[in-house]
Design a protein around this ligand. Sequence first.
Ligand code: HEC
Length: 157
Amino acid sequence: MRFIYIICLLVAFAVACQQGSSGAHLTRDQRWQVYRADLQTQLGDKYGAPVPEINEQQLERGKELYTSLCMFCHGAQGQGDGPTGKSLEVKPSALADTLLASYFSEQARLQIIRHGLPGVAMRGWAGFLSEDEIVAVFGYIRTFVHAQSEDISHADH
Ligand code: HEC
């Protein structure tokens, strides 16, 4: 009897560990709420601070970095439709989606690029990329949303 009890405990523990290491059992809303709360704690007052303008040269560097490091998951136009992303359980986000792109603050998105997100395929790039390169690639993904909002405003006319 005691033996069965121990086995049950072990199984419960294994299941809990597995769930803890994968974000797949949560809906995106649930996952993102947890991420946002974590990032708010990590960044404190800095959470809502704007990220300064990023110049043309940095944007070009950002585009090169995006093309070689991010595009295969997040897609050429940031629609979340890159070839590798399709096979993942938790799909890469559509960086160009106006609503999703404003879910996390700009500082929070920078922090995500630095340190990644737990339980999903988004790794952190700090160490591999310099801080300048991280800012450059962030500047580039920010243009996806600007480009899309312009399209929308053109469509209105
Ligand atoms: C192996 C695939 C993969 C690669 C490569 C990758 N990402 Fe991600 N990314 C993801 C996944 C998966 C998520 C989480 C989506 C979710 O939680 O719904 C994510 C989330 C994000 C987010 C937060 C969500 C948002 O839309 O604001 C940002 C920002 C981001 N990635 C930027 C980047 C940048 C910049 C690069 C390149 C330096 C990159 N990613 C490379 C898979 C990837």
